[in-house]
Design a binder for this molecule. Sequence first.
Ligand SMILES: Nc1ncnc2c1ncn2[C@@H]1O[C@H](COP(=O)(O)OP(=O)(O)OP(=O)(O)O)[C@@H](O)[C@H]1O
Length: 284
Amino acid sequence: MSQIYNPAQPSENVDNTHHADYGTSYARIKPEGVDTIHGAILYLENITVSFDGFKALNNLNLDISVGELRCIIGPNGAGKTTMMDVITGKTRPTAGTAFFGQSIDLTKLTEYDIAHAGIGRKFQRPTVFEQHTVFENLELAMKMDKRVKTTLFFRMSSEQVDKIDACLRLIRLNGNERRLAGLLSHGQKQWLEIGMLLMQEPQLLLLDEPVAGMSDAETARTAELLNELRGKHSIMVVEHDMGFVAEIAQQGKVTVLHEGSVLAAGKMSEVQADERVIEVYLGR
Ligand SMILES: Nc1ncnc2c1ncn2[C@@H]1O[C@H](COP(=O)(O)OP(=O)(O)OP(=O)(O)O)[C@@H](O)[C@H]1O
């Protein structure tokens, strides 16, 4: 990387000088194995992704502070999914750098290694083990030594059971632990998948349209859930549902992508009032 970053001064390629200080209040979280000495968990710098000459990402700059809940919005085709694909190693950038903490170069790692390094991703469609119970899904996802887990005599410790219980409450599925995951509603499956990601103790959580297809009640509960995670995890949420974004963004930063670059960034109220954002995305 070419420079030392100060997350209190977001490096996105928009004018943020009039915006609030977003960066420093998350410092109490100390991600294991990821060097976040400068306060950020993710740095994307000048990322370009070309598909046969078409730039899905065009000189994109964005960083996420440790413990931040960042919402990413933007019109269809803005490059949101491609950005997540770059972060998770599914797509290699044509140019630019992507760092997890100060020293982990994501462009050099496989998807598997990136997941292992602590970046968890939830795709739009839930992918739970439908033939297993809710409890078993969380157990299967739990971060532990796989050699121990596969032995015949494996028994969970009370600490591990407590961890699953806490997760069940968080994802609003306590009381449903013995149900087959395949019998859950769409919203419940989404929560279960978020729970499965949390059981892996990721350092950065990427959520792609978590409330797509949910009822209003489920959407409201998902907002509550994410607000409970605020400050405890570093989270990036891509979403089109503006009511939901407003609920979870609160006073945090919202980034607007357009044509592969950052068009605007700031508090929800600021981006909603931004003429350029209204023009390309929110409509007049
Ligand atoms: N593998 C690919 N080959 C060619 N073009 C692609 C490829 N993947 C994405 N694109 C194009 O790149 C642009 C960005 O797509 P992307 O899916 O990242 O946007 P998005 O912001 O996630 O959109 P949406 O909100 O609809 O999910 C689109 O024009 C898309 O057609």
